[in-house]
Design a protein around this ligand. Structure first.
Ligand code: DAH
Length: 340
């Protein structure tokens, strides 16, 4: 009996089936009612008590191995069979009932801004949303107790040094610290301010910061870049105007208006009948900011600008409530499915 067990065990171990039919053939040969292994179990009844334990174990082991081998091979042939059997009809048209999602309007506009600036050589830089006080304020000429800090109500993660960034201008600082000019980059991202939520203000929103530093960069370069952007973003007939303003990190500073996208400058509710709507802040990077970040202000000059993506989106799509961007109401989002 021992020889028989070993003989079949050897056969089981070396068995390689070539077809599903062959697997079935061997299952019958070994494990069916009249199979060899089943037969050995009958024979086992006649084994003397002193050998029962040894043969019993061997026999069980043989049966388990055979069963396992059959199972594995069966599965292999069944899965092969089913996958090769399926006929895929590549000519069937798509199922129109499957809804295609749409991009969020903020993503659409952010991508558009990124694309427009990349066409004129701007790279994209990523920043951090949790920022230290120095990068968000001090390096940008906003020392402690400076009244300019009142311009932005800040969320503190750890007082007094760690904040949720209030502006993407903080990315400028990192870039200037780590890159040798020429620098030409934009940094889109989320910013946070401790503001009461209303149709016009939110505690979180998105900005794009732009920075261009090289030898001989002038205000004319800034103006031309802004004009290019505005025409590409809002249409070729868009006009811009720059009004003197104040930001701690630029000198001179300006706020930029575009001709109203809705009434084309005629005067309407959106532009409060002025024909102009404010869109961004900009200016020449203050030499002190360049020095703060390790750039020689005697050799290099540059311009910077910052705009709110919600604001640009609002003007582009006439959405008049900033809260809609964060509620993600499907009825609102669906309206942007034709935009990309
Ligand atoms: N950081 C400013 C803000 O949040 C926007 C801004 C204004 C950015 C002028 C600039 C700039 O880079 O030059 O209001």
């Amino acid at each position: 009996m021992k020889d028989k067990i070993e003989h079949i065990l050897h056969e089981v171990e070396n068995f390689v089936a070539e077809s599903k039919e062959q697997v079935e053939e061997y299952r019958i040969k070994w494990l069916s009612k009249k199979g060899q292994i089943t037969g050995l179990f009958d024979e086992f009844k006649t084994v003397g008590p002193d050998l029962k334990k040894e043969f019993g174990q061997k026999l069980n082991e043989l049966r388990n191995k055979a069963q396992e081998k059959i199972n594995v091979l069966k599965e292999k042939y069944e899965s092969l069979h089913s996958s090769s059997d399926k006929q895929i009809d590549l000519t069937i048209p798509g199922d129109p009932s499957v809804a295609i999602g749409s991009r969020h309007p903020i993503s659409i506009v952010r991508n558009k801004i990124t694309e427009l600036f990349s066409r004129i050589g701007f790279t994209v830089s990523d920043g951090r949303e949790i920022e230290d006080d120095w990068h968000n304020f001090s390096a940008l000429n906003t020392p402690e107790n400076h009244p300019a800090r009142d311009m932005q109500d800040t969320f503190y993660v750890e007082t007094p040094n760690i904040v949720l960034r209030t502006q993407t201008s903080s990315v400028q600082v990192h870039i200037m610290q780590n890159t040798k000019p020429p620098i030409r980059t934009i940094s889109p991202g989320r910013v946070y301010r401790n503001e009461a939520i209303s149709a016009r203000a939110h505690c979180q929103f998105h900005q794009v910061e732009g920075l261009y530093i090289d030898k001989g960069v002038s205000f004319a370069d800034l103006k031309q870049t802004m004009l290019y952007f505005s025409k590409e973003m809002f249409g070729a007939d868009t006009k811009i105007r720059l009004r003197p303003s104040y930001f701690p990190f630029t000198e001179p500073s300006a706020e930029m208006d575009i001709s109203c996208t809705l009434c084309k400058g005629e005067g309407c509710n959106v532009c409060k009948h002025t024909g102009w709507v404010e869109i961004l802040g900009c200016g020449m990077v203050d030499p002190q900011v360049l020095e703060n970040c390790g750039i020689d202000s005697k050799i290099y000059t540059g311009f910077a600008f910052g705009m709110g993506i919600e604001r640009v989106t609002m003007l582009k799509y006439q959405v008049n409530d900033i809260r809609l961007y964060f509620e993600n109401d499907i009825r609102f989002l669906k309206q942007f499915s034709s935009a990309i």
